[in-house]
Design a protein around this ligand. Structure first.
Ligand SMILES: Nc1ncnc2c1ncn2[C@@H]1O[C@H](COP(=O)(O)OP(=O)(O)OP(=O)(O)O)[C@@H](O)[C@H]1O
Length: 262
């Protein structure tokens, strides 16, 4: 179980995240949604320890991760972030193998099981055919998938994903979401696309100006009032005819569309 307990982040006197309480049960997929600048990435950064909360704590199975060595928490918590800069021209295979770093001692080469694990993760993320390519030559979506393969190679219990679909084409979006639905990992994922969030998340937490506005199942949270109050847009909620999850249709300039039909 991953728990954020009253996590606050303050920078230069401004609260970016305020008193955030959020639990992600073992094997659960919890989505963090909210407008630009609402504090999603800041909250996630506290979980993967790129940032120390100003107050509050992040607990993993009841243990405050601030008390763990970075290497030890990295064995349990892997992240796909917005700040995975591949500055060096490693090959895809080398980048994925870096996911084993928290488990490695010294410069020991990967053993047979680890090499097979890397191969499986590359296959799962559809990047095996790119194994020998330099990461700097990849497209945004390919690079995103390589970074996720690297995170999986870490064999974490918790996966933190910041906008994992933002470079992906629709096939790879669906592939990623299917993976998240099937995985037994504990997942905390920030998503902009509310329909993807509804399709993949057991629960959704809505942030606005750094404050948790509401949380619950997609059907509880994705209601017109919340969408209007938080995102400032009107939406019609329909139920997916096969899966039963709520899906949002946005009323884009409905008055103008009505005008054209006359
Ligand atoms: N180091 C920093 N110093 C000052 N302000 C910061 C810093 N990091 C983030 N912010 C501000 O904190 C707010 C929240 O940022 P954050 O990246 O967490 O939002 P977000 O919800 O992930 O946004 P987006 O949807 O645009 O990715 C933003 O207004 C941002 O400009």
């Amino acid at each position: 179980m991953l728990s954020l307990r009253g996590v606050s982040v303050e920078v230069a006197g401004r609260a970016l995240v305020e008193e955030l309480h959020l639990d992600v049960g073992g094997g659960e997929v919890v989505g963090l949604v909210g407008p630009n600048g609402s504090g999603k990435s800041t909250a996630l950064r506290c979980v993967y320890r790129a940032l120390r909360p100003t107050s509050g704590a992040v607990l993993l199975d009841g243990v405050d991760i601030a008390g763990l060595k970075l290497r030890d928490s990295a064995r349990s918590i892997a992240a796909l972030t917005q700040e995975n800069h591949a500055d060096l021209d490693f090959t895809v295979e080398e980048v994925v193998a870096l996911g084993r770093t928290p488990h490695a001692s010294g410069n020991r080469p990967l053993d047979e099981r680890e090499r097979e694990l890397c191969r499986r993760c590359m296959e799962e993320l559809d990047v095996l055919h790119l194994a020998d390519r330099g990461v700097l030559t990849l497209s945004g979506g390919e690079r995103q998938r390589v970074q996720l393969a690297r995170a999986l190679v870490q064999e974490p219990r918790v996966l933190v994903l910041d906008e994992p679909t933002n470079h992906l084409d629709v096939r790879h979006q669906v592939g990623l979401l299917s993976f998240l639905r099937a995985t037994e990992l504990t997942v905390l994922v920030a998503l902009h696309d509310l329909n993807l969030a509804a399709a993949v998340c057991d629960r959704i937490a809505v942030l606005h100006d750094g404050v948790l506005v509401t949380s619950g199942t997609p059907a509880e949270v994705l209601v017109p009032e919340v969408i209007r109050d938080v995102f400032g847009v009107d939406a019609t909620i329909v139920t997916h005819p096969r899966t039963g999850v709520p899906q949002l249709l946005f009323d884009i300039a409905a008055d103008r569309l009505e005008g054209t039909s006359r």
